[in-house]
Ligand binder design. Structure first.
Ligand SMILES: [Zn+2]
Length: 278
């Protein structure tokens, strides 16, 4: 009798384990504020490209067109030639909360013209600060994006990396390597907690297999930590997918947080001065 029970428990555990493994875990990696946050450093953007290429993961970057120069254009081309996606992030990292729809549309259009040699298909647009506007303003911009064949690139996991990056930058240059050893585990743990929250959100929306879309930035921190971020997801059974695939596999694309704010996260998205790093 005991043996029978033990066998049943074993069978049940096996079944549960299988359920755990059968859950599809997919992630699209998106990198905002290309060419680079802060002082433009081709060296660090190259580190990011090498981490992506070396690990053979797809990724999509979003470029602030005004920041493109003759010096960094070759690195953006390298990003493009590596088969990675490149999208529009406006001309000057414009905030739709601070301007009218016409000025904002000009920002998108000017960026489109500058970026046309490197933009990939399908064309993606990511709203700076994830601010999509409301009412007529929102509709006007959205209609314009549609008329230019742009798809909006939402996010489901916000790494909030700008906070960790700012901590790193606040440390004198010769102490950064040691500080990074302390900062890295905290940052990775934060990303993982954000991921678990996003998965919980998918489960409660009855879309457990919906792919996640991670937002990070082209900054100093990620130049050094991106290989660990990729490892973190791979070790937890995630498969990296393109943004296109992530948006296709759900009936409804995940929305930027600003459109469906969680009660305690509403205003901080747009008013926190740190969001200037977004
Ligand atoms: Zn941005």
């Amino acid at each position: 009798m005991l043996k029978k029970h033990a066998l049943l428990v074993l069978l049940l555990l096996t079944a549960m384990t299988n359920i755990g493994f059968s859950q599809k875990r997919e992630l699209a990696l998106t990198i905002d504020d290309l060419p680079f946050v802060g002082e433009s450093k081709n060296f660090h953007l190259n580190m990011i490209i090498n981490a992506i290429k070396g690990n053979e993961v797809p990724a999509t970057g979003f470029i602030i067109a005004r920041e493109v120069t003759a010096q960094n254009l070759p690195v953006l081309r390298k990003f493009h030639d590596a088969g990675l996606g490149l999208g529009n992030h406006t001309l000057s990292h414009a905030n739709l909360n601070k301007m009218g729809p016409e000025a904002y549309i000009h920002e998108i259009d000017a960026a489109d013209k500058i970026l046309s040699p490197v933009l990939t298909e399908p064309k993606y647009f990511r709203y700076p600060y994830l601010v999509m506007g409301v009412g007529q303003k929102k509709d006007k911009v959205m209609q314009y994006l549609l008329s230019k064949n742009y798809q909006v690139a939402p996010i489901s996991i916000d790494s909030k990396d700008f906070i960790f990056n700012q901590l790193l930058l606040s440390v004198p240059q010769n102490e950064r390597r040691n500080f990074l050893n302390v900062l890295k585990p905290c940052y990775l743990d934060f990303i993982w907690q954000q991921t678990l929250k996003a998965e919980e959100h998918n489960r409660s929306a009855r879309k457990p297999d919906q792919a996640q879309i991670l937002l990070i930035h082209a900054n100093l921190l990620n130049a050094y930590v991106l290989p660990d971020i990729i490892n973190l997801y791979k070790q937890n059974g995630f498969t990296f997918v393109t943004l296109e695939s992530a948006l296709k596999n759900g009936e409804e694309a995940p929305r930027p947080q600003t459109t469906q704010p969680k009660p305690n996260e509403t205003i901080s998205i747009s008013t926190d001065p740190l969001m200037a790093w977004d």
